[in-house]
Design a protein around this ligand. Structure first.
Ligand SMILES: [Zn+2]
Ligand SMILES: [Zn+2]
Length: 194
């Protein structure tokens, strides 16, 4: 179905027609004729061809049913075009929205990663600091842990500050012991001298 009138073959209705000129044997005016490329029908004479096409056109334009159908189809096509344009616009808007959402999501992800990295760095630093502090405390504790024993041989109590003994008793015991050792040594010397 065409929306514009087009000449057609009066026999078979084909649009495959042409207006040609029959030059005959070359005498006088060439005769014009309509030729159907499908069924081979010919209509001779300029007036006959014009009258035929005029009738066809009038019949086409006067066909109320046909014209109504054409109007209906044109309206339908216009409506479809509007709908398609609207769908395209909606699709474009949807894609743009998705693109923006995707961008925001990526930015948010990058921000979270950066935050996580910063937290990790801070944690590493805190752990290193803690380790250093702990090492310092341990070194100090180790220093303090070197507690020497009481100088009295039979005692293993820790010494008191500023003393080589744990108590007065051990100090005295050690003094007696040393005095006794001295006495024994003197006696031994005296014995050798005799
Ligand atoms: Zn034909
Ligand atoms: Zn002691």
């Amino acid at each position: 179905m065409t929306y514009e009138w087009k000449p057609s073959c009066p026999k078979c209705g084909s649009y495959n027609i042409s207006i040609e000129q029959d030059r005959g044997f070359g005498w006088g005016n060439p005769e014009v004729y309509l030729h159907c490329g499908k069924c081979g029908k010919r209509v001779y004479g300029r007036e006959n061809v014009d009258a035929l096409l005029k009738d066809q056109r009038r019949a086409w334009e006067g066909d109320e049913e046909l014209q109504a159908e054409i109007r209906r189809r044109k309206a339908e096509e216009a409506r479809k075009k509007l709908e398609e344009a609207r769908a395209e616009r909606l699709q474009a808007e949807h894609l743009e929205k998705r693109r923006i959402e995707e961008e925001q999501r990526k930015a948010e992800e990058a921000r979270k990663q950066e935050e996580a990295h910063q937290r990790w760095v801070a944690k590493q630093e805190a752990q290193a600091r803690l380790k250093r502090e702990r090492a310092k405390v341990e070194a100090e504790a180790a220093k303090l842990a070197v507690v020497e024993e009481c100088a009295w041989v039979e005692c293993s109590n820790p010494r008191r500050p500023n003393s080589i003994y744990c108590c007065r008793k051990c100090s005295n015991k050690n003094a007696h012991w040393r005095a006794k050792q001295r006495r024994l040594a003197e006696q031994e010397q005296a014995r050798i001298a005799m």
